[in-house]
Design a binder for this molecule. Sequence first.
Ligand code: GLV
Ligand code: MN
Ligand code: MN
Length: 412
Amino acid sequence: MLDISWNTHASRIQDRIDVLAAITEERGMITRTFLSEATLSANQVVAGWMVEAGLMTSEDRVANLLGQSPAGSSGSVFLLGSHLDSVRNAGRFDGSLGVVLAIEAVEILRSAGVVLPFSLGVAGFSDEEGVRFQSAYIGSKAFCGLLTLKELTLPDRNGQTLREALERWSGTDFILPNPTFAPGRVAGFLEVHLEQGPVLESEGLALGVVTAVAGQLRCRLTWTGKASHAGTTPAPLRRDALAGAAEFIREVEKGSEKFGGLMATVGRLAIEPNVSNVVPARVTHTLDVRHQSDSVLNVASAWLEDRASTIARGRCLDFTWEILQATTARECDPALSRRLLGVVERVTGSTRLLPSGAGHDAGILAPMFPVAMLFVRCREGLSHHPDEFVSLEDIRVALEVTVEFLRTWELS
Ligand code: GLV
Ligand code: MN
Ligand code: MN
């Protein structure tokens, strides 16, 4: 093992996560959405840390930040990282932990003069959460050459399309990018991320290794009825779009009981005209559905769509169901994950494997490169909340595992 002051490095990771938490587009909370000034300025700050760690930095066509150590003779590269965007009113560790910890690991290996069989790359993906365009992973999809022309037509809430936003930012026509790395060049990708769930904490474990990332469907539902006077329209004559949406949201809850392990959420809702004395004419809302099994996810989403159209018919509402994003469940690479688990066992004594209910950039990279994910315990399993918390001690252990995982590559 290396003679390293792990606590000093873990403290620096924590300090840098605090610096990133102060970079936000909404005062008093952490919000960094795709291509916002805050997200771009987070890139600049992180690029400075990458340079200090000896990495050469670049930004690609969708503002993914990449830091690379000098290429070795093999031409092979091992990638680490996570995302730098956030949800609205986010916690400080989601995404940031994986990027900042990766930079620290690179710095430790460089300072110790460790020679690896590959160069190292650290990615800070520009959009994992999908807050602005309601479709996640714009960053990692572009990185893998998977972004599509159809996705470029997605509008944000101001009606600006993804293509327009990208062209405005870059000042040039947007051309769909090819993969940043050919699959054969990448020895692996490791994403360190807080668990965002309660399993590790409940078992008293600092770390776990992820087996697979759940599939996810994101839809936009629109219910159209008719605006009318709130004081004079009798119940049988109302075509109340919000009442239809509300009935459906109750079915969404029932769906989670009906299909074991289903996670289904309506998280954003827009009502028109949205005034107190008019029957709501139109409601648009999101629907996020996830399951570890793609087949259960498909059956459950067909059931939900059927429930929605039955409700719409019964209430004389027009109804549309648009799929904004469909991501299948993805397995982590068994061999890479086994190696990671071996290091976790040596450092912590634990051999906990667990699946991820949350989506991750590693899931997008998985079909192209061997990927592994290290989960770090978080307090009360809380995430996507300002109280999200990972202890200094757990950061320290995750850092040690990451460094050992790379340092011992040739010994395994
Ligand atoms: C990302 O955090 C997601 O799982 O939605
Ligand atoms: Mn998240
Ligand atoms: Mn995340």
